[in-house]
Design a binder for this molecule. Structure first.
Ligand SMILES: Cc1cc2nc3c(=O)[nH]c(=O)nc-3n(C[C@H](O)[C@H](O)[C@H](O)COP(=O)(O)OP(=O)(O)OC[C@H]3O[C@@H](n4cnc5c(N)ncnc54)[C@H](O)[C@@H]3O)c2cc1C
Length: 434
């Protein structure tokens, strides 16, 4: 497949506008707003909706969605170019209507939801009047759905959900949860689980605790990844999302988009860290010269730039393939490759930036320790890196066939013999003329 690298001039103007808007209006909010997901926070309520209105008037709201759902339907390449700018600031995605996990959740509601489900859950979610949570991972394991135990049993016209879920991000702020539960244990694994829409006020939802990441403090209750217990949680039969036993199919639609969107934002976030690294390398003197003149520092800068640029191109090429093929299943290898590449680029650049800033870099006065932990977030959420590497390898190997001979098909003596047979006439006449 060929690939065109150009961005059209009209869209570039929009990107320039987004860049200014994020720098001027949104980046400062990282110091003001505790969580862009906390709809009830009065400071958030005063600041974020007016900025969202500006974005909507500019027709840049929810650009991952088509016009039928209130977005411009830009496709993944344009979204990637936008998302890498939005990745610079924590509140930016919310202000542009593209925040995870609501983007993925709205995609599956749009894809699988009934008219009633769309009206009740999707409409308010798309307008960011509410936020949502995706509740799939369980305390005994997230990377292997075969170990999931949360069950849903049909009782008359209600489903009764029982079990525990772990790291259900933003459950504390969410109006509803999308819960994966075992409904048909007798089926094979991929047909054994189903998705449910569970309003947060449903009796029986117990917050065991809110868990935070390593840079957050337990005392301040910053954690937003809930350990949840579902105790006889009853939802009406019509709260099943998609087909009974179709939970895996629903999750694949959700995760395809979500993973590439994370990568796009990560690209921007890493660029920001890199900018800090370069500024410091030019500003700090030691042993008579700036750090940027030391070869080992230069190596860190060069390695970072090369890794970032390779990653960015992989993300953009994957986005472009999604737009062309319009089917996530055909781009799974590429999406898994992006997902597997993302944490190491992020972690490498953040760690080098920390190192170049010395003690200041290790302190809480710079963001690098947090960024290093966040790089692990990217290597775990939506499936650990190892699982994605396995996917890449499997799909790559599907494109090859085994050689049934003892020696490889490319064994040099074999190739030499084949080449000599092909050009036997020329070789023979050349030898005859000697
Ligand atoms: C910040 C953050 C937010 C998250 N938000 C959500 C959310 O909103 N909703 C939700 O449902 N989940 C969420 N998760 C959970 C996430 O999906 C899981 O962490 C992930 O699926 C891994 O599951 P686990 O943590 O139980 O690790 P485990 O399944 O215990 O795996 C541990 C480690 O074992 C290794 N491993 C696992 N499988 C393989 C394999 N096949 N081959 C080789 N090595 C392997 C990997 O190194 C892996 O990290 C979030 C996680 C994080 C960190």
């Amino acid at each position: 497949m060929a690939w065109d690298f150009e961005t059209d001039a009209g869209f570039q103007q929009e990107l320039d506008w987004i860049d200014d808007f994020v720098r001027e209006e949104i980046e400062p909010l990282d110091f003001i707003i505790k969580s862009p997901y906390d709809i009830k926070d009065p400071i958030r309520a005063a600041i974020i909706p007016p900025l969202q209105k500006v974005v909507q008037e500019r027709k840049l709201w929810a650009c991952h969605l088509g016009p039928d759902l209130g977005g411009p339907g830009y496709g993944q390449v344009k979204l990637a170019l936008m998302n890498e700018i939005l990745g610079r600031a924590r509140c930016a995605s919310t202000i542009f209507g593209t925040q995870a996990p609501d983007t993925g959740n709205s995609e599956i509601l749009a894809h699988f939801g009934t008219d009633e489900q769309k009206e009740r859950f999707l409409g308010p979610l798309l307008r960011n009047e509410i936020v949502s949570c995706y509740s799939m991972t369980e305390p005994q394991g997230g990377a292997d759905p075969a170990v999931f135990r949360t069950s849903a049993v049909l009782d008359g016209d209600e489903w009764v959900i029982n079990g525990e879920k772990w790291f259900s991000s933003n459950a504390r702020y969410a109006s509803f949860l999308i819960v994966m539960a075992v409904t048909d244990p007798e089926n094979d694994l991929v047909r054994s689980q189903s998705m449910f829409l569970v309003p947060i006020e449903t009796p029986g939802i117990e917050f065991v605790r809110n868990v935070g990441l390593g840079y957050e403090t337990e005392q301040e209750d910053h954690g937003s990844h809930a350990y949840l217990r579902y105790n006889d949680v009853r939802v009406p039969a019509e709260n099943l999302l998609g087909q009974r036993g179709g939970g895996f199919a629903v999750s694949q639609v959700r995760l395809g988009g979500g993973r590439i969107h994370h990568a796009m934002r990560t690209s921007g976030r890493v660029q920001r860290i890199f900018d800090m690294m370069c500024e410091r390398a030019l500003s700090r003197n030691t042993k008579g010269e700036v750090l940027g003149r030391k070869q080992m520092v230069q190596e860190m800068i060069a390695d970072s730039w090369i890794e970032m640029e390779m990653f960015r191109l992989l993300v953009l090429r994957t986005a472009w393939k999604i737009d062309k093929l319009q089917d996530y299943r055909l781009v799974r290898k590429d999406i898994s490759a992006v997902k597997a590449a993302m944490p190491s680029v992020y972690r490498n650049v953040a760690s080098r930036a920390l190192q170049i800033h010395g003690s200041l870099g290790a302190s809480w006065e710079m963001p690098f320790a947090k960024e290093v932990i966040e790089s692990f977030h990217m290597g775990l959420a939506d499936g650990p890196t190892e699982v994605h590497k396995v996917q890449v390898a499997r799909r790559v190997l599907d494109e090859y066939v085994p050689c049934d001979d003892l020696f490889p098909s490319t064994h040099l003596p074999k190739r030499r013999a084949a080449a000599q047979a092909k050009y036997a006439d020329v070789l023979e006449s050349h030898l005859a003329n000697l």
